[in-house]
Every structure is written in structure tokens, then in C-alpha cells.
Design a protein around this ligand. Structure first.
Ligand SMILES: *[C@@H]1O[C@H](CO)[C@@H](O)[C@H](O)[C@H]1NC(C)=O
Ligand SMILES: *[C@@H]1O[C@H](CO)[C@@H](O)[C@H](O)[C@H]1NC(C)=O
Ligand SMILES: *[C@@H]1O[C@H](CO)[C@@H](O)[C@H](O)[C@H]1NC(C)=O
Ligand SMILES: *[C@@H]1O[C@H](CO)[C@@H](O)[C@H](O)[C@H]1NC(C)=O
Ligand SMILES: *[C@@H]1O[C@H](CO)[C@@H](O)[C@H](O)[C@H]1NC(C)=O
Ligand SMILES: *[C@@H]1O[C@H](CO)[C@@H](O)[C@H](O)[C@H]1NC(C)=O
Ligand SMILES: *[C@@H]1O[C@H](CO)[C@@H](O)[C@H](O)[C@H]1NC(C)=O
Ligand SMILES: *[C@@H]1O[C@H](CO)[C@@H](O)[C@H](O)[C@H]1NC(C)=O
Length: 502
């Protein structure tokens, strides 16, 4: 039996919110999308409860599961894959919306392991980013076709259901594009996820939601944008003192004197202050001009301030290294290290027609906005259309009320906020401003934790608040397991075995 469900949301914030006019936020009282999810929860059903044999046999699996079974995957020998995996569509809204999912069972005793629902943020970023680039079982190699098993895959200790949501992301598609490809909101995304969760079975067993985990979150635009983000740049010496002084003078000081209150819409609004916008933009431009002018490439990744940046030259270097060392590389676990250009290899791999066939993708249905370079049947990690058309209000809502709602209604829920401390966009410093603003009681104070393989090195810090545990991963960028696979694995083991929760 699947013992419990952990709901994981991972916010990949691929589009910096600079230049957005936030005035639409004024006076708006945030509503909780969780409200609906929780009150209906008693009726929810477990998605994959039939998947419970420990060999690769499919005895006892449903017909739908058998049809979705991945029996071989291009680029890797089936004999190397020691777990069952399934992929296909969860069909919702009277069969008009199709959410692509990829379910990987745990590598051992899947029937006794927790089930984790994993979707990425963006908005419009695919859950398959995590499967192939973060903590999933495979990494695409620089030849674009070979898969290497990730020895640090989190499916060693849990079952994972990766989804591409909302509809319009990755391979997920709608039969009614004129209804579903125009505008996206948090409510719509929450509904897509909620109805997809209910799809897999008509058994009436209750979902036993145990917790949620959110990595490098965007919880409020102020602490992310005007404090966390620029302060991370300043502390990494990526901007000059005059720029920082001006951000303090025009954005931070006025806010400290008169903070914006999202319930009443009163207080200082840095997003409407021209001088604040000017210096904030200047700071961001210094670090990442490529985000303002796509033909301007600069070798610095704002999502991982100390990591190499993927350019075409870097891509060539990685590919050449790989092709020269191919034989030893395939045997060498250390090749599952950080690769700056892993995303471009994944995009090519998931665009291959034999791969799409093996994972039951309906190639002709891939949303046209996810085709790149006018090539049909492609796959893209993050949809630019969704990022552009996603409700500004949803993107910039203050999230605190959602957390206080959950803490109030489900006090036994394990909530984990984790943060790679090298991320300059959804920076740890901003997350701390937001978290301490919630005034939660500290149960166990800030202290170092250690990665089992390197017990003499600090892997990050952990603080347990009443209801929320906050964990940093030192030196990791926005997607922790991409940059620090070993430490991220230890982190996740400690989450699952209860060491990191209170
Ligand atoms: C999908 O179905 C749900 C439940 O019936 C409904 O609330 C929602 O509005 C529908 N969405 C669309 C786009 O039709
Ligand atoms: C992998 O794909 C990239 C992007 O299309 C391409 O530039 C590169 O040449 C490919 N690598 C190989 C070894 O074919
Ligand atoms: C790779 O890692 C796995 C899991 O940690 C281990 O079992 C295996 O022996 C390693 N292989 C090599 C060649 O080091
Ligand atoms: C749902 O329940 C009906 C009647 O009990 C059964 O015939 C059907 O196979 C079930 N469907 C699934 C997907 O389990
Ligand atoms: C933002 O929009 C509001 C309302 O449309 C407008 O009054 C204000 O001038 C705008 N602010 C900026 C900085 O563009
Ligand atoms: C963008 O950057 C390129 C390369 O530096 C430059 O030639 C071009 O003029 C820039 N475009 C704009 C609109 O600033
Ligand atoms: C594994 O790869 C690393 C480079 O990533 C190399 O330095 C090391 O020698 C390789 N080890 C083996 C056993 O091939
Ligand atoms: C935390 O305390 C401060 C100062 O008393 C207050 O302004 C703020 O609203 C509180 N935050 C929450 C989420 O209750």
C-alpha cells in the first residue's frame, strides 16, 4: 500500500518579473487556491494505488497502467532500469484536457514507499525538467541520445509522479486551444492538478496528504525582487556600491519605513516607484543583460551565481569532452555532475520521435507554442507563451495567507521550504525575509547539516519553525539537485526519514 502522499511543488522561476507594473495588486486580498483542494480532499482518490509489485511484473496493474508502461527507453538498456515506469496522459474536463505524466516507481519496495506528486513552476515549466535534469533517474548525455542513470536519483527512496501542468506545458495539451491556450491563472493550474490527481482510480480511498515541499519559492514580490534578489547580487559582488546604495535608498529604506500591506493595498509600493524601478533594473541588467536582450549573451547564470553558464561554446566543450571520453564516461558516476548545458541535451532527446513513441506522446498534439525553431513535434522545458500570458496577479500574489491557511487547517502537515543558497533570482536571503515575516515560533534554531559523503563540510543550514522547516543547500543554485546532486540526495533522504521535519 502506498502509505502517504507528499505533495511537492517546485517553483522554477524562469522569467524575472522586472518591468512588470504591479499596480494591479493594490488593494487585492489574496484568496487561497488550497481552499477548494482541502475541503474536497476527503473525496480524492489515490492515483496509482494498483502499482505495487516489487518485480517488473505487471500482474494486478490496471489496463490503463499496462498501456502506459514504458518497456524500453531509447538511449539506455532496459536491463539497467531496476524500476517500473509509466507515462501517458491524465485526461480531465470531459476529456478535453490531457495532462502528461511520467510515473517512476521507487527502485526498491515501491509498495511501502511514499508517493510524491511533482510539478514545476515557471509558470509553464515542465515536471520532466526534474526527471531529467534534477533528481530523476536519468541524465541525457551531451550526444543528445545516451541516457546515464543518476546514482543520486530520489526514486531510490520514493515513488515519483512527474506532471506537466498547467495544460499547455510540455506535452500536456488541450482539445480546445481557443479556450485553454489564451490565459493561465493559479486557479486554473490548481484545478488542472487537482482533477489530474483524481483521475487514476475510481477507488474511494482517501488521499493521505502528509506534506508539501517548495524549493526556492517566489512567495512575495517584495522580498524576492527588491530585497532578496539584489541583495544576493550585492553580497556576491556582482554589482557596484553606487547601484546597491541606490536600491537601498529608493527601494528598501522606504519599504522598511512603510511596508506594503497586500490585504489593504497600503504602504510603499516599490513596483510603482520610478526611482526604485530604475535602480532595480540597473542592478538586474548588470548581472543578466541576456534577460533583457536575448541576443546579448553573458557568461553568468542568475539562477546559480557561481556555476558555469551554458553558451554555445560551453555546449561544444561539454560535447567534445563527452565524445572523447565516452567509454569511461558511461561507467563513471562522477559524470552525473553538474553540466551547464544539460537542458539543451534534454530538449533534443525529448524531441526525438522514437523517444516520444516509447513514452506514449501523441506527437501531433504537442501544443504549437512548445515547438521551437518552427520544428513540429518538439518539446520545450518552459513555455514562453504561458510565462507571458500567465495572470500577473497570480504571479505576484503574496503567498503568506496560503501558508497560514494550511498551518491553521492542517497543523500536522509537514511543510518544507528548501533553498539552494547560490540562486540569485529566488534568493535564499529573500526567502528568509518572507519566512521570518510570518512570525512563527522557532522550535529548533538555525544550525548546520552535513552531507553523508562529505561529513566534514557544511551542506547547508536547517531551522525548524512551528509548522515549517527551512533548509538551505549550500552552494546549490535554483534547481538544487542539478547543481549539487549528492547533497540534494542526502537532503531528500533526511526529509523522507523524518530527520528534517519536526
Ligand atoms: C474543468 O472542470 C472543472 C470541474 O468541472 C471546472 O470547474 C473547470 O472550470 C473546468 N475548466 C475548463 C477550462 O473547462
Ligand atoms: C546535440 O544537439 C545540439 C542542439 O541541437 C546540437 O548543436 C549538437 O550538435 C548535438 N550534438 C550531437 C553530438 O549531435
Ligand atoms: C555508481 O553509483 C551507484 C549508486 O551509488 C553504485 O552502486 C555504483 O557502484 C557506482 N558505480 C561506479 C562505477 O562507481
Ligand atoms: C471503476 O469502477 C467500475 C465499477 O466498479 C469498474 O468496472 C472499473 O473498472 C473501474 N475503473 C478503474 C479505472 O479502476
Ligand atoms: C502602473 O499602472 C498604473 C495603472 O494603470 C499607472 O497609473 C501607473 O503609472 C503605472 N506605473 C508605472 C511605473 O508604469
Ligand atoms: C542587444 O545586444 C546586441 C549584442 O550586444 C546588440 O547588438 C543590440 O543592439 C542589442 N539590442 C538592443 C535592443 O539593445
Ligand atoms: C570519472 O570522470 C572524471 C571526470 O569527470 C575523471 O576525472 C575520472 O578519472 C573518471 N574516473 C574513472 C574511473 O574513469
Ligand atoms: C508579524 O509581526 C509583525 C510585527 O508585529 C506584523 O506587522 C506582521 O503582520 C506579522 N505577520 C503575520 C503574517 O502575522
Amino acid at each position: 500500500m502506498v502509505r502517504f502522499i507528499l505533495l511537492l511543488l517546485f517553483l522554477v522561476f524562469h522569467v524575472i518579473v522586472h518591468g512588470i507594473n504591479f499596480s494591479t495588486l493594490s488593494g487585492r486580498k489574496p484568496t487561497s487556491p488550497f481552499e477548494e483542494v482541502l475541503t474536497n480532499q476527503a473525496k480524492a482518490q489515490p492515483p496509482f494505488q494498483k502499482f505495487r509489485r516489487s518485480s517488473k511484473s505487471l500482474d494486478g496493474y490496471t489496463t490503463k497502467a499496462k498501456a502506459d508502461y514504458i518497456d524500453s527507453l531509447p538511449g539506455i538498456l532496459s536491463s539497467e532500469i531496476n524500476f517500473r515506469q509509466f507515462s501517458g496522459y491524465l485526461t480531465i474536463n470531459d476529456s478535453t484536457k490531457h495532462i502528461f505524466y511520467w510515473f517512476v516507481e521507487s527502485q526498491s519496495e515501491p509498495e511501502s514507499k511514499p508517493l510524491i506528486w511533482w510539478s514545476n513552476g515557471g509558470p509553464g515549466c515542465s515536471g520532466l525538467i526534474s526527471l531529467f535534469e534534477e533528481f530523476g533517474p536519468f541524465r541525457v548525455q551531451p550526444d543528445n541520445v545516451t541516457l546515464l542513470k543518476n546514482p543520486y536519483s530520489w526514486n531510490r527512496v520514493a515513488n515519483f509522479l512527474f506532471v506537466e501542468s498547467p495544460v499547455g506545458t510540455g506535452f500536456s495539451y488541450s482539445d480546445v486551444p481557443e479556450r485553454d491556450y489564451l490565459e493561465w491563472t493559479d486557479l486554473q493550474t490548481a484545478q488542472d492538478n487537482y482533477f489530474a490527481i483524481q483521475m487514476k482510480s475510481n477507488d474511494s480511498t482517501q488521499i493521505n496528504l502528509k506534506g508539501l515541499m517548495i524549493g526556492n519559492p517566489l512567495n512575495d514580490p517584495y522580498s524576492l525582487e527588491y530585497v532578496g534578489n539584489v541583495q544576493a547580487f550585492w553580497a556576491h559582488s556582482l554589482i557596484d556600491k553606487p547601484t546597491w546604495d541606490n536600491v537601498v535608498r529608493y527601494c528598501i529604506d522606504p519599504y522598511d519605513r512603510d511596508p506594503y500591506n497586500s490585504e489593504t493595498g497600503t504602504g510603499f509600493q516599490p513596483w510603482n516607484d520610478p526611482m526604485c524601478i530604475k535602480y532595480d533594473t540597473q542592478a538586474n541588467y548588470l548581472v543578466a543583460p541576456q534577460l533583457y536582450n536575448s541576443s546579448y549573451t553573458r557568461g553568468l547564470d542568475p539562477y546559480a551565481l557561481d556555476a558555469p553558464y551554458c553558451t554555445s561554446a560551453q555546449n561544444q566543450r561539454e560535447t567534445l569532452w563527452y565524445l572523447r571520453n565516452k567509454v569511461s564516461a558511461l561507467k563513471n558516476n562522477s559524470t552525473v555532475k553538474f553540466r551547464a548545458c544539460v537542458n539543451s541535451f534534454t530538449v533534443v532527446y525529448l524531441g526525438l520521435s522514437n523517444v516520444q513513441k516509447a513514452i506514449h506522446v501523441r506527437s501531433s498534439k504537442i501544443p504549437p507554442h512548445n515547438n521551437i525553431d518552427d520544428k513540429a513535434n518538439n518539446w520545450i522545458d518552459c513555455s514562453t507563451l504561458i510565462a507571458n500570458e500567465y495572470s500577473i496577479i497570480s504571479q505576484n500574489t503574496y503567498m503568506t495567507s496560503h501558508y497560514t491557511y494550511l498551518l491553521d487547517k492542517k497543523p500536522d502537515l509537514k511543510i518544507i521550504i528548501f533553498s539552494g543558497d547560490d540562486d540569485g533570482v529566488c534568493a535564499t536571503v529573500g526567502t528568509q525575509y518572507w519566512l521570518y515575516g510570518m512570525n512563527l515560533t522557532v522550535i529548533s534554531p538555525f544550525q548546520a547539516w552535513y552531507h553523508t559523503a562529505k561529513p566534514d563540510q557544511v551542506a547547508g543550514y536547517i531551522t525548524k519553525f512551528k509548522g515549517i522547516t527551512f533548509i538551505t543547500i549550500h552552494g546549490a543554485g535554483h534547481e538544487i539537485a542539478l547543481y549539487s546532486p549528492g547533497a540534494a540526495y542526502t537532503f531528500f533522504q533526511n526529509v523522507i526519514n523524518g530527520k528534517f521535519t519536526s
